[in-house]
Design a protein around this ligand. Sequence first.
Ligand SMILES: [Zn+2]
Ligand SMILES: [Zn+2]
Length: 178
Amino acid sequence: MKIKVDDITAEAKELSFREPEVGVNLVLDAGPLNEWRFKTPIAVAVSYYRAGTELFFEGQLDGCTGAVCARCAEEFEGPLNRQFRLVLSPRSIAGEPGSDRDAEAGDYAVYEGDEVDLSPLIREELLLALPTRPLCREDCRGLCPRCGANLNQGDCRCPEPAGDPRLAPFRSLKIQRS
Ligand SMILES: [Zn+2]
Ligand SMILES: [Zn+2]
């Protein structure tokens, strides 16, 4: 989605659109987040205005992601929501990244030419919202290391690791030392 720089005025305007998931998935594929996929287009609601030469964008991204759980290897889907604030400075006068900027104001980027392409900025915000290790839920119990049963579906019949008789000598050693 591109916005003409001339159309960005001191008065805030609002825009809603759907960003195709294909472009985001290509970026995911190429990086460390390649376990993740977006399943549907991402709903973008953004308001934007300018103050001098700086352009401000703030809004919300809503998408649906899917991945294979890193613990139990089951596929899962879930919502992804992210609020963002972006400040864009013209490339010609943009200072060194991370100089004396106020981090509270949002993420910084630059623009040049007569258009702002929101798509790469949206992709970056989405990537920031994804954890590197996909989990179907916080407390996923994963797979039994012995029989491979999915422990989210109940306990397997394997003995508890603590009850392993081969470890007993080590346990008593520990007791003697203390
Ligand atoms: Zn899981
Ligand atoms: Zn088991």
